[in-house]
Design a protein around this ligand. Sequence first.
Ligand SMILES: Nc1nc2c(ncn2[C@@H]2O[C@H](COP(=O)(O)OP(=O)(O)OP(=O)(O)O)[C@@H](O)[C@H]2O)c(=O)[nH]1
Ligand SMILES: [Mg+2]
Length: 309
Amino acid sequence: MSEEEKSGWFSRLKTGLRRSSEKISEGISSVFTKHQLDAQALEELEETLISADLGPSTAANLVHEFGKSRFGKDVTNEEVKQALAGEIAKILEPVAKPLDINFSHKPFVILVVGVNGTGKTTTIGKFAQSYVDHGLKVTLAAGDTFRAAAISQLKIWGDRVGAEVVSGEQGSDSAALAYRSFEQARANGSDVLMIDTAGRLHNKNDLMQELAKVVRVIKRLDPDAPHATILTLDATTGQNAHAQVEAFRDMVHVTGLVVTKLDGSAKGGVIVALADRFKLPIYAVGVGEQAEDLQPFMAEDFAKALVNV
Ligand SMILES: Nc1nc2c(ncn2[C@@H]2O[C@H](COP(=O)(O)OP(=O)(O)OP(=O)(O)O)[C@@H](O)[C@H]2O)c(=O)[nH]1
Ligand SMILES: [Mg+2]
C-alpha cells in the first residue's frame, strides 16, 4: 500500500468508527473532568469501555493495566486516550494477521462460513478482487444452494472481478457442489478456490451437518483442505459475535475472522473483546460494500481510530 492509500484508508476507518469512538471519547471526557486518576475515575472508565462493547473482562484488564502506572496522578484526556490506544493495540497486535496463501496448495481452498447477512458473499467478492488484481486465477463456488438469490449474487461478483463461478440448482447438495468446484478449480489451473456457504438452513443442526459434510467431501480430494476457513462477523451485532464464534468453532476449524460493517457501527469495540478472548487471527475488516472496502487489519491504526487519537 502506498503512503497515500494508507492515509486514505486510515481516514475512512476513522470515519467508519466514529460512532464507536465518540462513545469512548465522550466517556473519557466526562470521567476526567477532575483530572485525577482515582478509583472512581477508573471505575467510570471501565464502564465506558464496557458500553463501547469491549466486554467486561477486557475492560477490567485494560483499566487495570492503565491504572498501574498512573494511579493517583494528574492526567489529561489526551494522555488517557493515548495510553488506552497503546494498551488496546497490544491486545490487537497478535491477531492482526493477513490471510497468507500457501502456493504449494493449488488451488488454495478457502471456506467461508458465518451467520446469514454477516457478509460472506461480499467478503468473497472483495478477496477475489484483490487476488485477481495480484494476477491470481480465482474460482468461486456458490455453495449457498439454499437461496437462488445467493447464487446470482456470487455470479455478479464473479463477472465483476473475472472469476469463474461454479454453481448448481437451487436446493442441490452443497457438498457435492463443493467437490465439483474443487475438481473444476484444479482442472482450470486456479490458484485460489473460495467456497461460499449458507448462513441459515432450517435449523442450526442442519447447518452444522451441512458444513461438516462440505469439509468431509473436500478432504477426499485433499486431506489438508480447506486450507483456510474464514468466519465472517457483523460488527453491528456487538456481543452476539462471541456466541457466533463459539458455535462455528465447534462445527468447523475456523482459522481466522473477517469483521464486516465497521463503517457506521457503534460496536466496533467488540473486535478488542474478540481478540482478547479467542486469539483468532483477524484477516481483514470490512468498511463498506465495495470491493476496495476490505483491508488488512492493522492493530495500531485500529486502536487509534477506535479511541480517536
Ligand atoms: N456497510 C457495509 N455493508 C456490508 C459490508 N459487508 C457486507 N455488507 C452488506 O451486507 C449485506 C449482507 O452481505 P452478504 O455478503 O450478502 O452476507 P452473507 O453472509 O453472504 O448473507 P447470506 O447469504 O444471507 O447468508 C449486503 O447488503 C452487503 O452489501 C461492510 O463491510 N459494510
Ligand atoms: Mg451470501
